[in-house]
Ligand binder design. Structure first.
Ligand code: SAM
Length: 387
C-alpha cells in the first residue's frame, strides 16, 4: 500500500533517516518526492507487514504518515471537493457523525478547498459531518492524538491532486516530555533535541536491528542520546568529563525507566573523550553517536578561528582514541560545529580533511541541522572505521 510521509523541518536529514529505517523494516523501498512544489512530502510503498505506527514510533524526523487514497484530476476545487466527499462518504466508520479537518499542500496561490462545500457534499450523501478548522497545512499532532478527528490531505502537484488520510502522527507529548521534563537539564552546555538524537541513532544503526547493537556516547552531557538508544532497546554506555553531567545523566536514565518503562543495560563513567576506555567490560562498541563539545554558543568573530582550532585538536584526539573502542567497521555519527562569520561559514575543515588518513571513511553528510538565531549550527556526519 502507498503512504505519504511528511518530513520534519530538517528535510534532508529526515529523508535520509526514513530511507535507512525503511530498509530495516522491508526488503525493497523506493521513496519518491511527490512534487517539486511540495518537497517535504515523499511517498513510499509499505509491505503488508510494515505498520505505519511502528515506523512512526521509530523515526525522529517524520511528523505524520498518511495513507494514499486516490489521485484526483487537478481541475476546479469544486470537482475536488465532490470527488473527495464521495470517497469519504464510502469510508466505513462506526461513528454516527464524522469529525474531519483538511490540509492542503502546494498550489498556495489558488483557491483553497472549501470544507463547507465538502460538508454539504457529505450531507447530500447521507453522512453527518462536523468540520474543524486547522492551519492550511494541517492539524497539530496534539489534536489528532487526542481528538476523534480524521484528517484528509489534498496534495497538489502541477497536474493532479493526491487525496490521503493521516494514519499516524508523531507522539509530540512523549517527545516534549523527554525534552522538557527530564530531571537534569543543562541549557548552558546545550542539549541535543531528543528527535535529533533518535535520527542520529537511526543513521548509525542503518539497516541493522538496533536491539543487536552497542552504542557509546563519549560526550553524553545530560544523556539525551543514551535515553533514545535505551528506548530502542540498544546496549548503551556513555561518559563525560564533567562529574555533574554524569550524575545528572544517571538521574535522567532512572527517570526514563520509570516514566517510559525503558528497561535496559547501561553504563556511565567520568572520562575524557580523548582517553576513553570501556573499563572492565572489554566488549567493543558498534557505534559512537555523539554531540561533542561545540565551543562557545556565541563566539566573537575574532575568536572563531581559535575556537575551531581548539575543537579540532579535541576531536582529533577523540577520533584516534575511539579506534580502540570501536568494533571493526564500527561507525561514528557526530555533530560538528558550523559558524557563520559575516558571509563565510567556518567549520573544523582541517579535521574533516584528516579523518580519511586517521582511518575513517565518510559515509554520509554533512546534513545541516539549523536552529533559528543560533550562530553555531550543527553539521552531521556518518563515518565508518575502515577496519
Ligand atoms: C554539547 S554537550 C553534549 C550534550 C548532550 N548531547 C545532551 O543532550 O545533553 C558537550 C559535553 O561535552 C563534555 N565535554 C567537554 N569536553 C570533554 C572531553 N574532553 N571529554 C569528555 N567530555 C567533554 C561537556 O561536559 C558537555 O557535557
Amino acid at each position: 500500500m502507498k503512504y505519504l510521509f511528511f518530513l520534519g523541518r530538517q528535510r534532508e536529514l529526515s529523508l535520509e533517516e526514513l530511507k535507512v529505517v525503511l530498509s530495516r523494516f522491508q526488503d525493497e523501498t523506493s521513496i519518491t518526492v511527490v512534487s517539486d512544489e511540495v518537497p517535504d512530502v515523499v511517498s513510499a510503498e509499505l509491505q503488508d507487514s510494515t505498520q505505519p505506527q511502528a515506523l512512526m514510533d521509530t523515526l525522529g524526523g517524520v511528523v505524520k504518515i498518511a495513507q494514499y487514497i486516490e489521485t484526483l484530476p487537478s481541475a476546479k476545487t469544486e470537482t475536488l471537493e465532490e470527488l473527495a466527499s464521495a470517497w469519504i462518504a464510502e469510508e466505513k466508520t462506526n461513528k454516527a457523525r464524522k469529525t474531519f479537518c483538511i490540509a492542503e499542500h502546494g498550489r498556495n496561490h489558488l483557491d483553497a478547498v472549501s470544507p463547507q462545500t465538502m460538508k454539504k457534499e457529505l450531507i447530500k450523501r447521507g453522512v453527518s459531518a462536523r468540520f474543524i478548522e486547522v492551519a492550511r497545512t494541517g492539524a497539530e499532532a496534539g489534536l489528532l492524538l487526542e481528538g476523534d478527528v480524521s484528517e484528509y490531505h489534498f496534495i497538489h502537484t502541477k497536474t493532479q491532486t493526491i487525496l490521503a488520510k493521516t494514519v499516524a502522527v508523531q507522539h509530540v507529548h512523549h517527545w516534549s516530555k523527554r525534552d522538557m521534563e527530564k530531571p537534569y537539564r543543562d541549557k548552558k552546555k546545550g542539549m541535543i533535541p531528543p528527535k535529533l538524537a533518535r535520527t542520529l541513532i537511526n543513521l548509525a544503526a542503518g539497516s541493522q536491528d538496533p536491539k543487536d547493537l552497542y552504542l557509546f556516547d563519549p560526550f553524553c552531557g545530560t544523556g539525551t542520546i543514551m535515553m533514545e538508544a535505551l528506548l530502542m532497546h540498544m546496549k548503551v554506555a556513555g561518559s563525560d568529563l564533567d562529574t555533574d553531567a554524569v550524575h545528572g545523566a544517571g538521574e535522567n536514565l532512572a527517570w526514563l525507566s520509570k516514566e517510559f518503562n525503558a528497561q535496559g543495560e547501561y553504563m556511565l563513567s567520568v572520562q575524557d573523550a580523548t582517553q576513553v576506555t570501556l573499563k572492565e567490560t572489554k566488549e567493543k562498541v558498534d557505534c559512537i553517536v555523539t554531540e561533542p563539545f561545540l565551543g562557545k554558543p556565541n563566539p566573537t568573530p575574532t575568536s572563531v578561528q581559535n575556537m575551531l582550532r581548539g575543537l579540532e585538536k579535541l576531536y582529533i584526539g577523540a577520533f584516534k582514541q575511539w579506534k580502540t573502542i570501536l568494533k571493526p567497521k564500527g561507525c561514528v555519527v557526530i555533530a560538528f560545529p558550523e559558524v557563520t562569520v559575516g558571509k563565510s561559514v567556518k567549520t573544523v575543515q582541517t579535521l574533516i580533511d584528516r579523518l580519511e588518513s586517521l582511518g575513517y571513511t565518510r559515509e554520509k553528510g554533512p546534513f545541516l541541522y539549523t536552529k533559528l538565531h543560533a550562530s553555531v549550527q550543527r553539521a552531521l556526519y556518518v563515518y565508518r572505521l575502515k577496519e
